[in-house]
Design a protein around this ligand. Structure first.
Ligand code: ATP
Ligand SMILES: O=C(O)C[C@@H](O)[C@H](O)C(=O)CO
Length: 365
């Protein structure tokens, strides 16, 4: 099965994402518990994909989310406007359904270095985005009247509350009614699932949504925890990656979910918090394609590396239709995104193309 895209001239957007956007508070080279200063960025697993496609790859993208209408929400909006993602579909809330004030998510994340791993401490209870429920968004207007070529969402948004899985289901069904391709990044976050029913709930929700997904994305931990597909031979430190075992896992996943038209996973060989082996593999139309391998990749800020892989992969599918190219765009964009601070990438299309074709880090002047 191949990926059939709607013609660009019938669509206002190349891609729209559904997800929560938080204020990322970054202590730079320091640590959260000792810093006196934070740099502010915006970020969210699903949003980062829309931003990467807009800012690095120059496509037209939008975000469906909700924010609390206070100065923090307006700062997140300001950052999204800088990122070029259309904010027309953002819902602004003051109160939730039972009259409580809703909030905006705050995501404190420190980067990690060497033997010290990255640390994330999100403060995101009762946020506006988690309060969205079926019926709040006019999906048929978005996918039907406006037109969207590709819709992206994921397992962070699905884990936010009792209502968000149904919002995802409503969205993906409408997307398919209008011929929009659906991708989903499993992005397993155990602390979120813990709050709404734990492991069983996580698999129940993700397996239901998976039946409506065309392009499934995740790492081996995501595929195991969210869908129940184990990858044999993965050790706890992710230091030994045997691509044969990844292929077997993907084969099992695509046999059980024949609706998957492409399945992609990043391959991480974690050496320290700031040095990884990095590559990716995609299955499409009965064939596997593996990206260039980045050995001993030096990392400044790993958060969003997987999302930037996803945006590069989607760019490749949207513009070339070729899975072998798509996985190269994904791996190169993910690699570059992890060299700069913040959840999203600062890379240019030229840089991605140079890297994916084997380019070096020689000075450009
Ligand atoms: N358990 C881990 N320990 C250390 N580094 C990790 C771990 N998991 C992922 N990383 C590093 O984070 C980067 C992104 O990894 P991956 O593609 O798995 O996406 P992810 O964890 O879903 O990322 P994100 O959701 O932040 O985009 C890679 O450099 C990877 O090696
Ligand atoms: O939890 C989220 O919504 C995402 C952020 O923590 C961060 O942007 C990230 O993990 C990216 O995948």
């Amino acid at each position: 099965m191949t990926i059939n895209l709607r013609p660009a001239d019938q669509c206002r957007y190349d891609l729209v994402s559904l997800g929560e956007v938080m204020l990322r508070l970054d202590p730079g080279e320091g640590r959260i518990h000792t810093t006196r200063q934070f740099q502010a960025w915006e970020g969210g697993g699903e949003y980062n994909v829309a931003r990467g496609l807009r800012r690095c790859f120059g496509l037209t993208t939008g975000i469906v989310t909700a924010l609390a209408d206070n100065p923090i929400g307006r700062l997140v909006e300001d950052l999204m406007l800088t990122g070029g993602v259309d904010t027309q579909w953002v819902q602004w809330f003051d109160y939730d359904g039972v009259g409580r004030t809703v909030r905006n998510g705050l995501n404190f994340t420190e980067r990690g270095f060497g033997v010290r791993g990255a640390v994330g401490a999100a403060d995101r209870g009762n946020t506006a985005a988690s309060q969205l429920k079926p019926g709040d968004i006019d999906w048929d207007d978005l996918f039907g009247k406006q037109g969207v070529r590709w819709f992206h969402t994921g397992g962070i948004y699905a884990a936010l509350s009792e209502t968000t899985p149904d919002v995802v289901l409503e969205a993906v069904q409408s997307a398919h009614r209008h011929g929009t391709v659906v991708s989903y990044d499993l992005n397993y976050r155990p602390s979120l699932w813990q709050a709404i029913g734990g492991h069983a709930k996580c698999q129940d929700v993700n397996r239901k949504i998976a039946q409506h997904v065309d392009v499934m994305i995740g790492n081996e931990e995501d595929f195991t925890a969210c869908l129940g597909f184990e990858v044999d031979g993965v050790d706890e430190n992710l230091s030994k990656l045997d691509v044969t075992n990844f292929k077997k896992m993907i084969e099992r996943a695509t046999a059980e979910f024949p609706n998957f038209k492409a399945t992609a996973t990043t391959l991480r060989g974690v050496k320290t918090a700031s040095i990884n082996d990095w590559s990716a593999i995609v299955w499409h139309a009965g064939q596997f394609h593996q990206s260039r391998q980045y050995e001993d990749l030096e990392i400044l800020d790993r958060v969003g590396g997987g999302d930037s892989f996803a945006s590069g992969l989607i760019y490749g599918f949207l513009t070339t239709g070729d899975a072998a190219e798509a996985v190269q765009y994904g791996a190169a964009h993910g690699a570059l995104a992890m060299t700069t601070p913040g959840d999203t990438s600062m890379a240019s299309l030229k840089e991605v193309e140079k890297l994916k074709s084997g380019g070096s880090a020689r000075v450009v002047r």
